[in-house]
Ligand binder design. Structure first.
Ligand code: 3H9
Length: 687
């Protein structure tokens, strides 16, 4: 078998080329190949060494598929120590993304150059890990403690220009990278440039308080996660110990994280996200339709956010509203959002203006005659949606994709309002749509394969994470919220306070507790949805009575300054409200409920296993292609802690038998109507 690494002497330069598609991950043969090439370079006539990659990117990291399996020699840190130990200048030449072990490869080199479009970073924290091949020890020595901590605890890559400013690379090469890097290596030889081993350098002076500052930030931004804290410990070790001692600390902590449940969960999500983009029954070569222009019907918060998502990806958008006033209101919200992004330093003024210029408005459906895709984003009124689709059917060109952003409605029925149901699909964005990554792509009965394939690919183009869902009430995400919110509100009426429920869920890891979410989304949303249903379909009245009372009092949540909580008009900070507690007690008494103390553990189990039990049905019914898809939906759309891997992975990690036992216990205590164990759960737990 030929090696994914080859070596050739070009002039004075020994060139090590890694060629391991798709992303040049450092699998065992690559590690071995690098060691072999270094051995050759050490003994031949080369006076410098160049490390460069074929394909779309420089090395994107260690091979994640090998994690959790028995380790195979040579170890990565040892490979890098060998590379760094060469006594001739070693140059790394970066294109694409040098990530994780890839960036660590370049830190083991003595000189670094990159093309202007390259990015470098240490994203291990996003996999619940730390840079485990010298990164935590070499980066602070090269770029200083603060930059190292920022890069490693955020996991976000930085562009070449920023890396140059920070001194993480030495040179940007315009034009052909290989030619440029070879010429630079020859220059280094000609000028007798020294070998510069980062491991032999000392960490630049720094403020000792920086570690506690980063620990404080991690406790807030990465609540519950262990990896950021381990990273900070390792960097602190780099400032206190020799390189070798610090490397031993790094190794120990890396292995601890690797064996831990958090990294297993985050690695699961990494692969689940990529798997979710694939549709099992869709041939890989399914043709796609071209989407170079988009129309959006409805310029509210949702429509505006969707418009920005497309404009930010360079796709022109026409926004349709009923009249000039509504249109101007919609466009001005978009203006405000762009101004906010500029103010927060997220984009440059110039870039924001270019994106904004791609969004135009109209009150005339005829403006949509030439667009390739239309997304309807009006409020949840089924008749209105159908009327709009009938109208779109008349004006849009043949082959245009007609999408609805509905959160609940039956996409089959909406499709039936047109003469071209094959062109109709659901594209369910999450609010704020310009920020949230999740996109549920709803495949209706008659949706054509090429429409589905186009929308899955388009999602990636606008930097969303797509997950396909079948048609059902609420699709994957919102359907699962029903038992989740039901249990949250039942816990409240049975004895907990809204704070207790929210705090229990937030301590467990949810980004925001359910009742605070209800206040943020607006209590009227659920209220209106319930009012539209016949009473017998609204579920257990105990689970929505308090919310109904609040809605009828005009306490609609944050937007009215009060809901389950009261909100400070200036800071929007929430505080508990005695009025709400009175309502809860009064309504509980009316139902004859004797309020009791509810342990936090019960709250968490009822809410999370409510999600899991419904998730099992969703898989069973084929609404989701696989359990991992549900995990992606919850991690990207609902604030589920990534380090718990999503509800389905979490259930697996607890053990399905245990989950089943608990679901049966809840069925026996709270009734079979709310807690019928999903047949798939029964099957998997008892098999
Ligand atoms: C690390 O380095 C630890 C060290 O510090 C210490 C070790 C001791 N391994 O994302 P894409 C696959 S931890 C294996 O769709 P893109 C991916 O699954 C690592 N496979 O492409 C997919 O497979 P498939 C730190 C990998 O162009 C295919 O490649 N590095 C790896 O949208 C294409 O991927 C990272 O965390 C890998 N490392 O994005 C970087 N990476 O086609 C992780 C990708 O079968 N990777 N695959 O579904 C990324 O962020 C993106 O893949 C990248 C390309 C930006 C590189």
């Amino acid at each position: 078998m030929s090696s994914p690494v080859n070596y050739a002497l070009v002039g004075n330069v020994g060139v090590i080329t890694v060629d391991n598609p798709p992303v040049n991950a450092l699998s065992q043969p690559v590690r071995q190949g690098i060691v072999d090439a270094v051995d050759v370079a050490a003994g031949d006539a080369s006076k410098a060494v160049l490390v460069i990659c074929e394909g779309r990117t420089f090395i994107a990291g260690a091979d994640i598929t090998e994690f959790g399996k028995p380790p195979a020699e040579p170890w990565l840190p040892a490979v890098f120590d060998r590379l760094e130990a060469l006594d001739k200048p070693v140059v790394a030449a970066i294109h694409g993304t040098a990530l994780g072990g890839g960036f660590e490869t370049t830190l083991a080199a003595h000189y670094r150059c990159a093309v202007p479009t390259a990015k470098v970073g240490l994203p291990e924290v996003k996999l619940g890990l730390l840079p485990g091949a010298g990164g935590t020890q070499r980066l602070p020595r090269l770029g200083g403690v603060e930059a190292a901590l920022e890069l490693m605890t955020s996991g976000n890559p930085i562009p070449a220009a920023r890396a140059l400013e920070l001194g993480l690379i030495d040179k940007i090469i315009e034009g052909d990278l290989r030619e440029g890097a070879l010429a630079w290596a020859e220059e280094l030889v000609a000028s007798d440039a020294p070998v510069r081993r980062i491991s032999e350098q000392t960490v630049p002076a720094h403020d000792a308080a920086v570690f506690d500052r980063f620990r404080g930030v991690a406790a807030k931004r990465a609540r519950g996660q262990v990896a950021p804290l381990s990273i900070i410990d390792c960097v602190e070790a780099a400032t206190q110990m020799s390189f070798d001692e610090g490397s031993r600390v790094e190794r120990e902590k890396f292995m601890e994280l690797m064996r831990g449940a958090q990294s297993a969960a985050m690695r699961h999500l990494f692969f689940a996200e990529r798997q979710a983009a694939k549709i099992d029954d869709l041939p890989k070569d399914t043709a796609q339709r071209s989407v170079e222009s988009v129309g959006i019907v409805g310029g509210g918060t949702m429509g505006g956010g969707i418009a920005m998502s497309f404009a930010n990806a360079g796709i022109p958008v026409t926004l349709i509203e009923v009249d000039d006033e509504a249109l101007q209101r919609g466009l001005s919200i978009i203006d405000k959002n762009y101004a906010g992004s500029v103010k927060r330093g997220k984009v440059s003024e110039d870039a924001a203006q270019k994106c904004r210029a791609l969004i135009s408005g109209s009150t005339d459906y005829d403006s949509l005659t030439d667009v390739d895709l239309v997304i309807e984003a009006v409020f949840e009124d089924p008749d209105l949606k159908k009327t709009i689709f009938t109208r779109l059917d008349k004006v849009c060109k043949p082959g245009a994709i007609l999408a609805t952003n509905t959160s609940y409605q039956d996409v089959n029925e909406i499709a039936a309002a047109t003469e071209r149901p094959q062109d109709v699909i659901g594209l369910h964005f999450f609010s704020p749509a310009n920020i949230m990554k999740l996109l549920e792509v709803v495949r209706a009965e008659k949706t054509a394969d090429d429409v589905l394939a186009t929308c899955m690919a388009l999602a990636r183009r606008i930097r969303k994470v797509p997950v396909m869902s079948g048609v059902c009430y609420g699709f994957i995400g919102n359907r699962m919220l029903q038992p989740y919110f039901r249990e949250a509100q039942l816990c409240v009426i049975e004895g907990a306070t809204p704070e207790q429920v929210d705090n229990a869920m937030e301590s467990w890891g949810m980004a925001m507790g359910p009742l605070r979410v209800a206040d943020l989304a607006g209590i009227d949303v659920g209220y209106k949805a319930r009012q539209a249903l016949p009473e017998e379909q609204r579920g257990d009245p105990r689970s929505y009575r308090v919310a109904d009372v609040l809605a009828e009092m005009g306490r609609l949540g944050q937007k009215t300054g009060a809901g389950f909580y009261q909100y400070d008009p200036e800071t929007r900070k929430h505080a508990s409200d005695p009025v709400v507690l009175e309502i809860i007690e009064r309504e509980a008494a009316a139902f004859g409920i004797d309020r009791r103390e509810i342990p936090d553990e019960e709250i968490v189990d009822r809410l999370v296993y409510g999600l899991v039990n419904e998730g099992m049905r969703i898989v069973e019914e084929g609404i989701a292609q696989r359990p991992g898809d549900i995990d992606v939906v919850y991690a990207y759309g609902y604030g589920f802690p990534a380090w718990r891997g999503g509800p389905m992975h979490y259930a697996d990690s607890v053990g399905l038998e245990r989950v089943y036992e608990r679901v049966c216990e809840f069925r026996d205590r709270f009734g079979a109507e709310a807690w019928p164990p999903a047949p798939l759960l029964v099957q998997l737990a008892t098999e």
